[in-house]
Design a binder for this molecule. Structure first.
Ligand SMILES: [Zn+2]
Ligand SMILES: [Zn+2]
Length: 245
């Protein structure tokens, strides 16, 4: 539950003192995501957030990240329906959906050092001429993901760990540009009429009617993203987040 006094739904009446139930946003089991390292004793990652705007420096939903053990969680299961928030900002309310992971190799776009970008400029021009796409459009996926680089829509803003001061690791992102606007449509979500090899994955297009039926359906402001970071060196695997749109 979130009882932060400053949270609100834009253009709506004040929320009042009654706490707002957080909503589940991401749930990943270790067995389904072999590339994701779980802290010792955990095999379940859950992210919930309060679906209102919060007056911290991010002005967005207020997330909480939990590493859990499936066994212990199952033992503590409560019967009945989970609590639902009595008010929500729709931009931050996901509809129920599942994930269809596709592995992708990423390269930095916003995070590419300027000197390196200058050095590679000619190659990027070549690429555009020969392949028809811009390096910066395809280097980093814009979809919700585990690992890789944040698909920043604003200049990169990496957090540093409050405990040890080192730059934190990008753990995962939840982004609004999915599934139709991302470039890495999972193989099983593509239009079968196009065939798997019809186009590079970032150009593949699914049946537009089908696109409306899957994904979390959140705008996150306007094509925004919530990026989660952890420090694995500090006890308790501290986390933080960044939001941009
Ligand atoms: Zn809240
Ligand atoms: Zn640290």
């Amino acid at each position: 539950m979130c009882a932060e006094p400053g949270h609100y739904k834009p253009l709506d009446a004040p929320v009042g003192p009654e706490p707002v139930a957080m909503v589940p946003v991401v749930q990943l089991y270790a067995r389904d995501v072999p590339g994701l390292a779980f802290p010792a004793g955990t095999d379940l990652l859950q992210i919930l957030w309060c679906p209102l705007v919060h007056e911290d420096d991010q002005y967005a939903a207020n997330p909480r990240l939990l590493w859990r053990s499936t066994e212990l969680t199952a033992a503590g299961t409560a019967a009945g329906e989970p609590p639902r928030p009595h008010t929500v900002e729709e931009d931050y309310l996901p509809r129920p959906c599942t994930v269809s992971p596709t592995a992708a190799v990423e390269y930095p776009n916003g995070d590419l050092p300027e000197e390196l970008a200058d050095l590679l400029d000619e190659r990027f021009d070549d690429l555009k001429e020969k392949q028809g796409y811009c390096y910066f459009e395809v280097a980093t996926t814009q979809q919700s993901k585990v690992g890789g680089y944040p698909g920043w829509t604003q200049p990169p803003d990496w957090p540093h760990c409050a405990g040890c001061g080192t730059r934190m690791e990008h753990l995962l992102s939840v982004t609004a540009t999915e599934p139709g606007m991302g470039r890495w449509l999972p193989l099983d979500d593509r239009d079968p009429r196009q065939g798997i090899s019809a186009a590079p994955s970032w150009q593949a297009e699914a049946d537009p009617a089908a696109l409306d039926t899957f994904g979390h359906d959140m705008c996150l402001g306007d094509l925004g993203g919530m990026y989660f970071f952890v420090c694995r060196a500090c006890p308790g695997t501290p986390y933080t987040h960044r939001y941009d749109c």
